[in-house]
Write a protein that binds this ligand. Sequence first.
Ligand SMILES: CCCCCCCCCCCCC[C@H](O)CC(=O)SCCNC(=O)CCNC(=O)[C@H](O)C(C)(C)COP(=O)(O)OP(=O)(O)OC[C@H]1O[C@@H](n2cnc3c(N)ncnc32)[C@H](O)[C@@H]1OP(=O)(O)O
Length: 292
Amino acid sequence: MPDFEEIDYSVADGVATVVLDRPSRMNAFTGRMCDELVAACDAVDADDAVRALVVTGRGRAFCAGADLGGGGGTFDDRGREKAARYGEVDGVGRDRGGVVALRFAALQVPVIAAVNGPAVGVGATMTLPMDVRVAGASARFGFVFARRGIVPEAASSWFLPRVVGISRAMEWAMTGRVFGAREALEGGLVTHVVPDEDLLDTAYGLAREVAENTSPVSVAVTRHMLWSMLSAPSPWEAHALDSRAVVELGRDADAAEGVTAFLEKRPPAFPLRRTRDHTDLVPEWPRRPEGL
Ligand SMILES: CCCCCCCCCCCCC[C@H](O)CC(=O)SCCNC(=O)CCNC(=O)[C@H](O)C(C)(C)COP(=O)(O)OP(=O)(O)OC[C@H]1O[C@@H](n2cnc3c(N)ncnc32)[C@H](O)[C@@H]1OP(=O)(O)O
């Protein structure tokens, strides 16, 4: 396991945990944090025993977004450009927030965000590709980009309208205001708001519910199908697309185990990880570009 400095990574009972770990800076996002989050996702995908991932923040914040102070100073343009830029992929200079967000989108296991305080800027956008977002009562969110003279990053202009709808997305992005957990729940950004002290138990409860009861193949393909079907032009087209996965997985070993376990009134014993690469089942969900 790499030596992480700005995050903490652990695994217990089949659930991995990433803690954003710069509490003195409200876990503000840096180039190093970007690289460490990508490495942690690589570790999750390489570990057959991991069936779900929980992401949370240390201290009173989830993540205050890009570290604007650079250790208390101010950014000059060169510093800002250099720190925000990941490098070129497919001939396009990429922002570091998007590299992290898309790495979460490509993860082979479900990801649950346990938002324990302010999640602002990339702190908010990195949660959008995650599969479930749970908020503590003190959670706050802010797509503050317009207030910093920039625009939504981390592919959030694709994710946010798909998560909450164009109206709410437009209001939150255009005002750039920081809003509370209740508004996030009303807008569909989070599915649960719980007392702060119950946040991690709720997140781990969801993680274990998936990890202990579902087929890893089914869960991974489900994510790709749900995202891909948002752009299907009609239910008839969607049916043509999803039938491929339904038929293919219906004759897979996991389906046999899932049905047999039910009939035998016992928990299913799915293999620890996918028995084969499933990405061909949903070609509408393209493979992750090399380098991202
Ligand atoms: C604009 C591009 C910059 C690129 C920098 C490169 C960094 C690495 C690569 C990043 C690549 C991706 C770029 C990213 O996608 C872009 C963004 O995320 S832009 C958004 C940046 N974040 C913000 O604008 C949030 C600013 N903070 C707030 O809105 C509030 O602080 C809060 C988070 C809602 C919390 O509010 P409060 O609880 O009231 O706390 P305070 O406001 O009093 O703050 C306490 C203390 O912390 C300092 N602080 C807060 N946020 C940051 C931050 N993001 N960076 C640095 N320091 C921060 C704040 O100044 C206070 O310090 P003190 O005055 O006590 O010394």
